[in-house]
Design a binder for this molecule. Structure first.
Ligand code: BGC
Length: 252
Protein backbone atom coordinates (compact mmCIF):
# COMPACT_ATOMS: atom_id res chain seq x y z
CA UNK A 1 0.00 0.00 0.00
CA UNK A 2 1.39 3.43 -0.89
CA UNK A 3 2.43 5.33 2.21
CA UNK A 4 -0.01 8.14 1.46
CA UNK A 5 -2.91 5.67 1.30
CA UNK A 6 -4.41 4.69 4.60
CA UNK A 7 -6.80 1.89 5.51
CA UNK A 8 -10.24 3.10 6.54
CA UNK A 9 -11.84 2.19 9.86
CA UNK A 10 -15.61 2.45 10.28
CA UNK A 11 -17.42 1.95 13.59
CA UNK A 12 -21.13 1.10 13.32
CA UNK A 13 -23.05 1.85 16.50
CA UNK A 14 -26.69 2.09 17.49
CA UNK A 15 -26.77 5.89 17.16
CA UNK A 16 -23.85 6.84 14.91
CA UNK A 17 -21.64 5.46 12.16
CA UNK A 18 -18.14 6.92 12.38
CA UNK A 19 -15.18 6.53 10.09
CA UNK A 20 -11.66 7.80 9.51
CA UNK A 21 -8.54 6.80 7.57
CA UNK A 22 -5.95 5.55 10.02
CA UNK A 23 -2.23 6.19 10.04
CA UNK A 24 -0.94 2.81 11.17
CA UNK A 25 2.52 4.14 12.07
CA UNK A 26 1.07 5.89 15.10
CA UNK A 27 -2.47 4.55 15.38
CA UNK A 28 -4.06 7.96 14.84
CA UNK A 29 -6.64 9.36 12.42
CA UNK A 30 -5.01 10.61 9.21
CA UNK A 31 -8.02 12.87 8.59
CA UNK A 32 -10.78 14.23 10.78
CA UNK A 33 -13.39 11.61 11.62
CA UNK A 34 -16.79 11.72 9.85
CA UNK A 35 -19.93 10.79 11.80
CA UNK A 36 -23.34 10.13 10.24
CA UNK A 37 -26.45 9.19 12.25
CA UNK A 38 -27.33 5.50 12.10
CA UNK A 39 -30.52 5.20 9.99
CA UNK A 40 -33.65 4.82 12.15
CA UNK A 41 -34.20 1.47 10.45
CA UNK A 42 -30.68 0.14 10.79
CA UNK A 43 -31.03 -2.71 8.30
CA UNK A 44 -27.94 -4.06 6.53
CA UNK A 45 -28.82 -2.26 3.27
CA UNK A 46 -29.54 1.10 4.93
CA UNK A 47 -26.33 0.92 6.98
CA UNK A 48 -24.31 -0.21 3.93
CA UNK A 49 -25.40 2.98 2.13
CA UNK A 50 -23.95 5.09 4.96
CA UNK A 51 -20.73 3.06 4.90
CA UNK A 52 -20.47 3.77 1.14
CA UNK A 53 -20.93 7.52 1.81
CA UNK A 54 -18.15 7.47 4.38
CA UNK A 55 -15.82 5.57 2.03
CA UNK A 56 -16.59 8.09 -0.75
CA UNK A 57 -15.84 11.00 1.57
CA UNK A 58 -12.36 9.64 2.27
CA UNK A 59 -11.53 8.31 -1.18
CA UNK A 60 -8.53 10.64 -1.61
CA UNK A 61 -6.96 9.65 1.71
CA UNK A 62 -7.55 5.95 1.12
CA UNK A 63 -6.69 5.92 -2.58
CA UNK A 64 -10.05 4.31 -3.29
CA UNK A 65 -8.62 0.82 -3.00
CA UNK A 66 -7.15 0.43 0.48
CA UNK A 67 -8.73 -2.12 2.81
CA UNK A 68 -11.66 -1.21 5.02
CA UNK A 69 -12.32 -2.51 8.52
CA UNK A 70 -15.84 -2.26 9.88
CA UNK A 71 -17.07 -2.87 13.43
CA UNK A 72 -20.55 -4.02 14.44
CA UNK A 73 -22.13 -4.42 17.90
CA UNK A 74 -22.50 -8.11 17.17
CA UNK A 75 -20.82 -11.49 17.17
CA UNK A 76 -19.18 -11.82 13.75
CA UNK A 77 -17.92 -15.21 12.55
CA UNK A 78 -15.95 -15.18 9.31
CA UNK A 79 -17.83 -12.08 8.15
CA UNK A 80 -21.29 -13.36 9.07
CA UNK A 81 -23.21 -11.45 11.76
CA UNK A 82 -24.57 -13.86 14.35
CA UNK A 83 -26.23 -11.49 16.87
CA UNK A 84 -27.37 -7.86 16.78
CA UNK A 85 -27.27 -5.45 19.75
CA UNK A 86 -28.86 -2.03 19.16
CA UNK A 87 -29.08 -2.57 15.42
CA UNK A 88 -31.80 -4.12 13.29
CA UNK A 89 -32.34 -7.82 13.95
CA UNK A 90 -32.13 -8.55 10.21
CA UNK A 91 -28.33 -8.36 10.62
CA UNK A 92 -28.49 -11.83 12.18
CA UNK A 93 -27.32 -14.32 9.56
CA UNK A 94 -26.25 -11.58 7.12
CA UNK A 95 -22.87 -12.03 5.45
CA UNK A 96 -21.80 -8.51 6.32
CA UNK A 97 -18.33 -8.86 4.80
CA UNK A 98 -19.75 -9.97 1.47
CA UNK A 99 -22.49 -7.31 1.44
CA UNK A 100 -20.07 -4.48 2.20
CA UNK A 101 -17.33 -5.75 -0.13
CA UNK A 102 -19.84 -5.90 -2.98
CA UNK A 103 -21.15 -2.39 -2.25
CA UNK A 104 -17.67 -0.91 -1.87
CA UNK A 105 -15.87 -2.88 -4.56
CA UNK A 106 -12.95 -3.73 -2.29
CA UNK A 107 -11.94 -5.97 0.56
CA UNK A 108 -13.82 -5.39 3.81
CA UNK A 109 -13.04 -6.96 7.18
CA UNK A 110 -15.94 -7.05 9.64
CA UNK A 111 -15.31 -7.45 13.36
CA UNK A 112 -17.09 -7.15 16.70
CA UNK A 113 -16.84 -3.59 18.10
CA UNK A 114 -15.18 -4.53 21.41
CA UNK A 115 -12.73 -6.82 19.62
CA UNK A 116 -11.75 -3.93 17.34
CA UNK A 117 -11.24 -1.66 20.37
CA UNK A 118 -9.11 -4.36 21.98
CA UNK A 119 -6.91 -4.60 18.90
CA UNK A 120 -6.54 -0.80 18.87
CA UNK A 121 -5.45 -0.81 22.52
CA UNK A 122 -3.18 -3.80 21.90
CA UNK A 123 -1.14 -2.08 19.21
CA UNK A 124 -1.27 1.56 20.27
CA UNK A 125 -2.68 1.88 23.77
CA UNK A 126 -3.01 0.43 27.25
CA UNK A 127 -2.53 -3.24 26.26
CA UNK A 128 0.67 -2.70 24.29
CA UNK A 129 3.54 -5.00 25.20
CA UNK A 130 1.65 -6.97 27.86
CA UNK A 131 2.99 -10.52 27.95
CA UNK A 132 -0.09 -12.35 29.16
CA UNK A 133 -3.84 -12.13 29.04
CA UNK A 134 -5.56 -8.75 28.71
CA UNK A 135 -9.30 -8.34 29.22
CA UNK A 136 -10.72 -5.20 27.67
CA UNK A 137 -14.28 -4.28 28.66
CA UNK A 138 -16.16 -1.45 26.99
CA UNK A 139 -18.78 -0.07 29.34
CA UNK A 140 -21.48 1.57 27.24
CA UNK A 141 -25.05 0.71 26.29
CA UNK A 142 -24.00 -2.87 26.96
CA UNK A 143 -20.73 -4.43 28.04
CA UNK A 144 -18.48 -5.53 25.20
CA UNK A 145 -15.36 -7.56 25.86
CA UNK A 146 -12.14 -8.45 24.06
CA UNK A 147 -9.62 -11.07 25.16
CA UNK A 148 -6.04 -10.55 24.00
CA UNK A 149 -3.72 -13.37 24.86
CA UNK A 150 -0.03 -12.63 24.26
CA UNK A 151 -0.90 -10.26 21.48
CA UNK A 152 -3.50 -12.50 19.84
CA UNK A 153 -7.20 -11.68 19.78
CA UNK A 154 -9.54 -14.46 20.88
CA UNK A 155 -12.54 -13.13 18.99
CA UNK A 156 -16.21 -12.92 20.00
CA UNK A 157 -15.95 -13.25 23.76
CA UNK A 158 -19.34 -12.10 25.07
CA UNK A 159 -18.54 -11.67 28.75
CA UNK A 160 -21.07 -8.87 29.14
CA UNK A 161 -23.65 -11.63 28.88
CA UNK A 162 -22.50 -13.52 31.95
CA UNK A 163 -25.39 -14.04 34.33
CA UNK A 164 -24.22 -13.02 37.79
CA UNK A 165 -26.58 -13.17 40.80
CA UNK A 166 -29.39 -13.96 38.36
CA UNK A 167 -28.91 -10.83 36.21
CA UNK A 168 -27.12 -10.23 32.91
CA UNK A 169 -23.90 -8.41 33.76
CA UNK A 170 -24.53 -5.75 31.14
CA UNK A 171 -28.03 -5.11 32.48
CA UNK A 172 -26.67 -4.27 35.92
CA UNK A 173 -23.16 -2.92 35.36
CA UNK A 174 -23.11 -1.13 31.97
CA UNK A 175 -22.71 2.61 31.78
CA UNK A 176 -26.30 2.72 30.54
CA UNK A 177 -27.45 1.03 33.79
CA UNK A 178 -25.58 3.67 35.82
CA UNK A 179 -27.35 6.47 33.96
CA UNK A 180 -30.78 4.84 33.87
CA UNK A 181 -30.80 3.96 37.57
CA UNK A 182 -29.05 7.23 38.51
CA UNK A 183 -26.40 5.30 40.43
CA UNK A 184 -23.67 7.20 42.27
CA UNK A 185 -20.08 6.33 41.32
CA UNK A 186 -19.84 4.36 44.59
CA UNK A 187 -23.02 2.37 43.86
CA UNK A 188 -21.95 1.64 40.33
CA UNK A 189 -18.44 0.63 41.41
CA UNK A 190 -20.00 -1.94 43.73
CA UNK A 191 -21.55 -3.57 40.69
CA UNK A 192 -18.34 -3.29 38.67
CA UNK A 193 -16.42 -4.83 41.56
CA UNK A 194 -18.75 -7.84 41.57
CA UNK A 195 -18.50 -8.14 37.79
CA UNK A 196 -14.75 -7.85 37.40
CA UNK A 197 -14.02 -10.04 40.45
CA UNK A 198 -16.27 -12.72 38.95
CA UNK A 199 -14.59 -12.56 35.53
CA UNK A 200 -11.21 -12.45 37.20
CA UNK A 201 -11.92 -15.70 39.05
CA UNK A 202 -12.73 -17.38 35.74
CA UNK A 203 -9.96 -16.04 33.51
CA UNK A 204 -7.15 -14.64 35.66
CA UNK A 205 -6.21 -11.80 33.30
CA UNK A 206 -2.86 -10.03 33.81
CA UNK A 207 -4.39 -6.65 32.98
CA UNK A 208 -7.92 -5.26 32.73
CA UNK A 209 -8.53 -2.29 30.43
CA UNK A 210 -11.76 -0.30 30.73
CA UNK A 211 -13.05 1.39 27.58
CA UNK A 212 -16.23 3.09 26.45
CA UNK A 213 -17.12 6.77 26.80
CA UNK A 214 -17.26 6.52 30.60
CA UNK A 215 -13.55 5.66 30.74
CA UNK A 216 -12.84 9.39 30.58
CA UNK A 217 -14.25 9.52 34.13
CA UNK A 218 -12.00 6.64 35.23
CA UNK A 219 -10.72 8.61 38.25
CA UNK A 220 -14.24 8.52 39.71
CA UNK A 221 -14.55 4.75 39.79
CA UNK A 222 -11.37 2.80 39.03
CA UNK A 223 -9.74 3.68 42.40
CA UNK A 224 -12.80 2.16 44.12
CA UNK A 225 -12.16 -1.26 42.56
CA UNK A 226 -9.97 -3.85 44.27
CA UNK A 227 -8.90 -6.63 41.96
CA UNK A 228 -5.91 -8.90 41.62
CA UNK A 229 -4.98 -7.58 38.19
CA UNK A 230 -4.18 -3.93 37.57
CA UNK A 231 -7.19 -2.15 36.05
CA UNK A 232 -6.53 0.87 33.83
CA UNK A 233 -8.48 3.13 31.47
CA UNK A 234 -8.22 2.64 27.71
CA UNK A 235 -5.90 5.15 26.07
CA UNK A 236 -7.42 5.63 22.62
CA UNK A 237 -10.88 6.67 23.80
CA UNK A 238 -13.52 6.55 21.10
CA UNK A 239 -10.87 6.11 18.42
CA UNK A 240 -9.97 2.57 19.53
CA UNK A 241 -12.60 0.74 17.44
CA UNK A 242 -11.83 2.63 14.23
CA UNK A 243 -8.08 2.23 14.70
CA UNK A 244 -8.37 -1.48 15.55
CA UNK A 245 -10.68 -2.17 12.60
CA UNK A 246 -8.29 -0.44 10.19
CA UNK A 247 -5.36 -2.38 11.66
CA UNK A 248 -7.18 -5.70 11.22
CA UNK A 249 -8.19 -4.83 7.64
CA UNK A 250 -4.59 -3.99 6.75
CA UNK A 251 -3.34 -7.25 8.30
CA UNK A 252 -5.92 -9.67 6.88
C1 BGC B 1 -23.05 -7.22 22.44
C2 BGC B 1 -21.59 -7.29 22.05
C3 BGC B 1 -21.04 -5.87 21.86
C4 BGC B 1 -21.36 -5.01 23.08
C5 BGC B 1 -20.92 -3.57 22.90
C6 BGC B 1 -23.23 -6.34 23.65
O1 BGC B 1 -24.57 -6.25 23.98
O2 BGC B 1 -23.54 -8.52 22.72
O3 BGC B 1 -21.42 -8.04 20.87
O4 BGC B 1 -19.66 -5.95 21.68
O5 BGC B 1 -22.74 -5.04 23.37
O6 BGC B 1 -21.55 -2.97 21.81
Amino acid sequence: MAKSHHPLGIDIGGSGIKGAPVDLDDGVFAKERLRIDTPAESTPLAVADVVVRIAEHFKHATGGDSPIGVTLPAVVSRGVTRTAANIDQSWIGTDAAELLSTKLGRAVTVVNDADAAGVGELHYGAARGVDGLVLLATLGTGIGTALLNRGELLSNSELGHLVIDGVYAETSASSHAREKEKLSWEEWSGRLQRYFAYVEDLLWPDLIVVGGGVSKHAKQFLPLLHLRAPIVPAQLGNAAGIVGAAWLAAHE
